[in-house]
Design a protein around this ligand. Structure first.
Ligand code: ATP
Ligand code: MG
Length: 222
């Protein structure tokens, strides 16, 4: 563990005796966070023996229209409410406190600035839809060198065409990507936003405190 100001990383506690840290990070817009995100992270945590999973809400997601997403603070607070009962989960403000667009490579580099490279193994947790786009991510080749990926199955997205989609880059990519079958969760934030706008129940699609937060703050009404 390096010394110095850890700033937004202060939630990351060094393991005693400088032991090796197996860390999962899950990026997303989380507008709002839902059971699909939580089940994915929890199954990945156990399967890959992760010490911790850090949820990192995107500040200014490069792929999404910033006029259409909720404020970073709402998304951060909902994510915090959702993970508070899991001792292995935390939320980071790293990306929401960054003024520029949030690119995964910058976040991952930041982890390695703070942690000793030889004492940290990073797994970036995504759903199947996100992994299909990986070649469009900034500096994706360096990203694949710095961390492994866990791609969770997601209804509507198939891993079967990965070879075709990645083309010549397939062998390089696939050796850094672990495909993980999770209990099918046909839930998306889009689905939840739409249901709220239509006055339909979202109970059990997201943790109850998040559901209450959404109603209390009148989010997603139109
Ligand atoms: P939106 O509908 O707004 O795109 P989303 O539900 O896809 O929201 P994101 O915040 O875009 O959620 O996703 C963050 C990460 O979580 C991505 O890697 C995505 O693939 C993954 N993910 C989201 N929902 C699921 C799900 N139901 N099963 C598996 N992975 C999921
Ligand atoms: Mg999405």
């Amino acid at each position: 563990m390096k010394t110095g100001n850890k700033g937004t990383m202060s939630f990351l506690l060094p393991k005693p005796n400088g032991e090796f840290l197996n860390l999962g990070i899950m990026g997303g817009t989380f507008d709002p966070i839902h059971m699909g995100h939580l089940v994915t992270a929890e199954v990945a945590r156990q399967h890959f023996n992760l010490d911790h999973v850090v949820f990192i809400p995107a500040g200014n997601p490069p792929h999404k229209d910033k006029n259409l997403i909720n404020s970073a603070d709402h998304r951060y607070l909902m994510t915090l409410l959702a993970v508070v009962d899991n001792p292995f989960f935390t939320v980071s403000r790293l990306e929401i406190e960054t003024k520029q667009s949030s690119f995964t490579i910058d976040t991952v580099r930041r982890f390695f600035e703070i942690y000793d490279y030889n004492k940290l193994k990073l797994y970036f947790i995504t759903g199947a839809d996100a992994i299909l786009d990986i070649t469009t991510w900034k500096d994706y080749k360096e990203l694949l060198e710095l961390c492994s990926f866990i791609a969770a199955s997601r209804p509507g997205y198939s891993f079967r065409k990965l070879k075709v989609i990645f083309g010549p880059a397939f062998p390089e990519i696939i050796k850094r990507v672990h495909l993980l079958e999770i209990p099918a969760m046909a839930i998306s934030s889009t689905f939840i936003r739409r249901r709220v706008a239509q006055g339909k129940t979202i109970k059990y699609l997201t943790p109850e405190p998040v559901e209450q937060y959404i109603h209390k703050n009148r989010l997603y009404l139109r």
